[in-house]
Ligand binder design. Structure first.
Ligand code: GDP
Ligand code: MG
Length: 163
């Protein structure tokens, strides 16, 4: 038995950086399908002794503000439906934005099982932002650094019960 983790959140929070860290070179497939599926990347993830499927929600980076809301909502909902658990990333250098709150609402309405990750929190960065992230009402914020590999042990223990 394994599980599927969807990495969600607004553009530029570090979703793809974490995806790449978890997948390494084991990119399973990139669906060549129309619509939102095209913007979901799936890979075989490895975290210490644990293996699982990870989904990256991409393709939001180029959209205009007008289309962002609807498109990111559909894409995120699709990823949530495919996943057993979501890692919702916010930017530990920026703090909580209105866009983050929109994502939090989507996840709440979908009743998704969520781990809240405060990324770019290498060293002591992101400590205040992690406190601020409690306001999203999604439980304890997990400080991590996708780029530097910090917080991966905590992520491991959060995911372990699903493996
Ligand atoms: P995405 O749009 O959510 O997929 O974000 P990306 O993975 O493309 O990352 C956006 C930017 O944030 C890039 O410039 C990354 O190098 C940077 N970034 C990602 N993770 C970290 C991190 O843990 N720490 C820092 N300082 N920068 C990061
Ligand atoms: Mg990306």
């Amino acid at each position: 038995m394994s599980f599927t983790l969807a990495i969600v959140g607004r553009p530029n929070v570090g979703k793809s950086t974490l995806f790449n860290r978890l997948v390494g070179k084991r990119l399973a497939l990139v669906d060549d399908q129309p619509g939102v599926t095209r913007d979901l990347r799936e890979g075989d993830a490895k975290l210490m002794d644990m293996r699982f499927t990870v989904i990256d929600t991409a393709g939001l980076e180029e959209v205009t503000d007008d289309s962002l809301q609807g498109r990111m909502r559909r894409l995120t909902e699709r990823a949530v439906d495919m996943a057993d658990i979501c890692l919702f990333l916010v930017d530990g250098r920026v703090g909580i934005t209105p866009s983050d709150e929109t994502f939090a609402d989507i996840l709440r309405k979908k009743n998704a099982r969520v781990i809240l990750g405060v990324n770019k929190a290498e060293g002591k960065a992101g400590e205040a932002e992690a406190l601020e992230a409690w306001s999203l009402g999604l439980g304890e914020p997990l400080r991590l650094s996708a780029e530097h590999g910090e917080g991966m042990d905590d992520l491991y223990y959060m995911l372990r019960p699903l493996a």
